[in-house]
Write a protein that binds this ligand. Structure first.
Ligand code: NAI
Length: 259
């Protein structure tokens, strides 16, 4: 796989789960890595892990729902490393498991603010930065299998992730002429703390191993995925090896809902 030597990569939600594994993977390939997240303690712990691989890594505390935080995370990146070459917009939240008619306006605002508005703010300012630099750039947004199919008891989450696909495909069309690529990675059932929370909250799946069995029934490979399996695809999509790939959605879902 391509080297990221000399490249600067930003990962939102980089302090845990898929984002943290991706950050470590970019660093191993030679990238200078900036992780962004809300929680300073988690962020600094993830930074310690990155520092075992490279000195050229930083954590910037930021909440993607605030445009000023997103602008700050990019300006701190430029201040520290001089440029931005790629971004993995991975920050996201799952929301409560409820039928659509039981969801509230507050649920809607919370989920859409992080998953859709947060991704929009990130893309807006990352693209502006690529344009100002006058050089190529790559964006990968972390959506979900629920960006492509319905998700019972997760209607707002599914809507927010479908929205991420719309932003991505449109950005690919608008900025392709400037060699700015935008793609989506769509995971399902990846073993992170988010999945553990989902299993705990979703009584219809049963408990413990039974819940995992119920979930993996929908997956052709009949197992949960590992964060590394999503990170590998995100890293590839950001790399020069994917130089003619834009506006695409790649499912990393073990054959979930294969048709
Ligand atoms: P996670 O909960 O470990 O990671 C999410 C990260 O986003 C956390 O570090 C969290 O602090 C951060 N975050 C949340 N709100 C934020 C905000 N307002 N500003 C900045 N950071 C914020 O869970 P996981 O599984 O690693 O999730 C990563 C992405 O993958 C999410 O977008 C999620 O929707 C997506 N995904 C995960 C799946 C899974 O099975 N684990 C399946 C489908 C999609």
């Amino acid at each position: 796989m391509s080297s990221f030597q000399g490249k600067v990569v930003m990962i939102t939600g980089g302090a845990s789960g898929i984002g943290r594994v991706a950050a470590l993977s970019f660093a191993r390939k030679g990238a200078k890595v900036v992780i962004a997240g809300r929680n300073a303690e988690e962020g600094n712990k993830a930074l310690d892990l990155l520092k075992e691989i490279t000195d050229e890594a930083a954590f910037v505390q930021s909440d993607v729902t605030r445009e000023s935080d997103v602008e700050n995370m990019i300006s701190e990146t430029i201040k520290k490393f001089g440029q931005l070459d790629a971004a993995f917009n991975n920050a996201g939240i799952e929301g409560p498991n409820k039928l659509l008619a039981d969801q509230t306006e507050a649920d809607f605002e919370t989920i859409v603010n992080v998953n859709l508005k947060g991704t929009f703010f990130c893309m807006k300012h990352q693209i502006s930065t690529f344009m100002e630099q006058g050089r190529a750039g790559a964006i990968v947004n972390n959506a979900s299998i629920a960006a492509h199919v319905g998700m019972p008891e997760g209607s707002i989450y599914a809507a927010s992730k479908h929205g991420v696909v719309g932003l991505t495909k449109t950005a690919a069309m608008e900025y392709g002429a400037h060699n700015i690529r935008a793609n989506v990675v769509s995971p399902a059932s990846i073993h992170t703390t988010m999945l553990d929370r989902y299993l705990e909250d979703n009584a219809t799946l049963g408990a413990g191993d039974e819940a995992v069995r119920s979930l993996t029934q929908k997956i052709s490979l009949r197992r949960l995925g590992a964060p590394e399996e999503v990170a590998d695809v995100a890293v590839w999509l950001c790399s020069d090896e994917a130089s003619f790939v834009t506006g695409e959605c790649i499912r990393v879902a073990g054959g979930h809902s294969s048709q």
